[in-house]
Design a protein around this ligand. Sequence first.
Ligand SMILES: [Zn+2]
Length: 116
Amino acid sequence: MHETSLVIAMCTQIEEMVKAQNAQKVVSITVRVGEFSGVEEEAFSFAFEVYKKEHPLFKEAVLKLEKVPALKRCLNCGEEFSNFQQRVCPRCQKEEIIYTGGEELEIAKLELLVED
Ligand SMILES: [Zn+2]
């Protein structure tokens, strides 16, 4: 499963941060998931639940997923919209449209427990 390797990659990255900050455990992880990232939220959460059980650092961690919608932006007037059937800008009717966002899979927030 694609999501399993994504979870492992993410948690490996987090482990580095935990070590760097001398933290005891991970409290919560907020991940931004783009509409076009190809990540299935349910599969991602499930893969994390599996990972948690085998990694004490993550045992009590809560995973929160934030969906990031993809947008289209007009290069002419800067208007942003999310209707993908729309081929021209709803404001100025020009056709110079680019996609912005929606492909991200990134850690937005990480809460660690640090005790002295
Ligand atoms: Zn426009």
